[in-house]
Design a protein around this ligand. Structure first.
Ligand code: ARG
Length: 451
């Protein structure tokens, strides 16, 4: 019997059915169904023989899912119904007992939580690997100097290792953020029923233990409405994708002949269909471009959930495609970033050439005056004057004459020329977290320790 007098309109089905994407929850659905059936038997709600029959059918469904041969039927609205229908085909009438004391509302929340946990773990592994790749690169380019930039204008020289480690620390924060996501999906929705709890003496703790949840959701209404863990995952994924996008953008820039700082390996580049000379850093460009897509998924789910009355509403079905695509995107990008970086080649002469621009020493010249008692603000003005007169005359700073120097400040003399000659401005940045080699080695060690 059905409550309905006519079949669903095919357009309604196209809108309403979720099997086309939620099949990905299949393995989690089987796992939780197995735990649920075990609990029903432990509580004498079904018999041990019935549990075994259900388990046997679930084992086969699991195989069929793994081999991609689970037959879907016309009426399968979503993966939960498909699995239950298949279990019933295989086990007979007892299959109908699997859904005792359970609703699709607590079931789907549980599957999605399990998906988030699994992919949170994967992201922790991938970000760790990427951070390791960056640390290795830093180690092999420890004392390669390059200009550091602000406003994309040459600012002060740094070591390439220092620059690369900046990305490593961002990646470590991503790892930690994903780890938080994993630890936050710790309470089990299953057992909440449709919204109010169920009419049986269930043992939710048993199911929680079986499925690796630390606790059970305390409120059945919250349990079926809650998708915070998806927002958490999407938040971590969006930040991570944004980081990868900054990395990609720099590689794109650095690969251009104008910078000429690096070259990605051929395996990570493409050619042009018309210009035979082209080698394009497409992987880096796509890392740059994928971020808004992931951030869009986060914003979209906030949109779905905001203002949504309790408890379950079909709106919540919209969590999945955002979650799945964000996971696919960020996992592919993390993989690509690590692969591209492990074969990238940096060009030492180009980096060093750009770093040898004497104007990058301007702050250090000002600090020379500061050490002689000139307030920094005044020193800043003096050096600005020096820079200006050098630029006006088309000279390098070191080509200014001693007379010109004293005209700007009587305190400037030989040390000025020595400073520019040594080019050792990087090594004087020895404050904690700065670019001097000792400090870079120190941070590399700290980074390795967190890995
Ligand atoms: N496919 C649904 C979803 O993804 C499963 C839950 C359906 N629950 C319901 N009461 N119709 O959210």
């Amino acid at each position: 019997m059905s409550r309905f007098s006519e079949p669903q309109h095919e357009t309604f089905r196209a809108l309403n059915d979720s099997l086309a994407f939620d099949w990905r929850l299949g393995p989690y659905d089987v796992q939780q169904s197995r735990a649920h059936a075990a609990m029903l038997a432990a509580q004498s709600i079904i018999s041990p023989a019935e549990r075994d029959e259900l388990h046997r059918a679930l084992d086969q469904v699991e195989q069929e899912l793994a081999n991609g041969v689970l037959p879907f039927a016309d009426g399968d609205e979503d993966i939960h119904m498909a699995i239950e229908r298949r279990v019933t085909e295989l086990a007979g009438r007892v299959g109908g007992k699997l859904h005792t004391a359970r609703s699709r509302n607590d079931q789907v929340a549980t599957d999605v939580a399990m998906f988030v946990r699994a992919h949170g773990h994967r992201a922790v592994e991938q970000t760790s690997r990427l951070a390791r790749t960056l640390a290795d690169l830093a180690e092999s380019h420890l004392d390669w100097s390059m200009p550091g930039y602000t406003h994309l204008q040459r600012a002060q020289p740094v070591y390439l290792s220092h620059h690369l480690l900046a990305y490593a620390w961002m990646t470590i924060r991503d790892r930690d953020r994903f780890a938080l996501v994993v630890s936050a999906v710790s309470s089990l929705p299953l057992g909440a029923g449709a919204l109010a709890g169920v009419n049986f003496d269930t043992d939710r703790e048993l199911v929680a233990r079986e499925l690796g949840f630390a606790s059970v959701a305390e409120n059945s209404i919250d349990a079926v409405s809650n998708r915070d863990f998806v927002l958490d995952y999407l938040g971590a994924a969006a930040t991570c994708a944004t980081h990868l996008s900054r990395l990609g953008a720099e590689i794109v820039l650095w690969s251009s002949e104008e910078f000429g700082f690096c070259e990605v390996a051929d395996a990570w580049a493409s050619g042009s269909s018309i210009m035979p000379q082209k080698k394009n850093p497409d992987a880096a460009e796509l890392l740059r471009a994928k971020a808004p897509r992931v951030a869009g998924h986060l914003v979209a789910l906030h949109g779905v959930l905001h203002g949504l009355p309790l408890t379950y509403n079909k709106d919540i079905q919209e969590d999945k495609e955002h979650l799945f695509d964000a996971a696919d995107t960020v996992e592919l990008c993390l993989e690509a970033a690590a692969g591209m970086l492990s074969s990238i080649r940096f060009r030492r002469e180009r980096l060093a050439g750009a770093a040898s621009d004497e104007l990058l020493a301007a702050t250090d010249v000002a600090d020379l005056l500061v050490r002689r008692g000139v307030p920094f603000r005044e020193a800043h003005g003096v050096v600005a004057g020096l820079v200006r007169s050098a630029i006006d005359q088309g000279k390098r700073l070191s080509e200014l004459t001693p007379d010109e120097l004293t005209r700007h400040s009587p305190l400037l003399g030989n040390e000025f020329y020595a400073l520019l000659r040594e080019g050792a401005w990087l090594e004087t940045k020895r404050s904690r977290g700065g670019t001097s080699l000792t400090r870079v080695r120190e941070q590399l060690e700290r980074l390795r320790a967190t890995l």
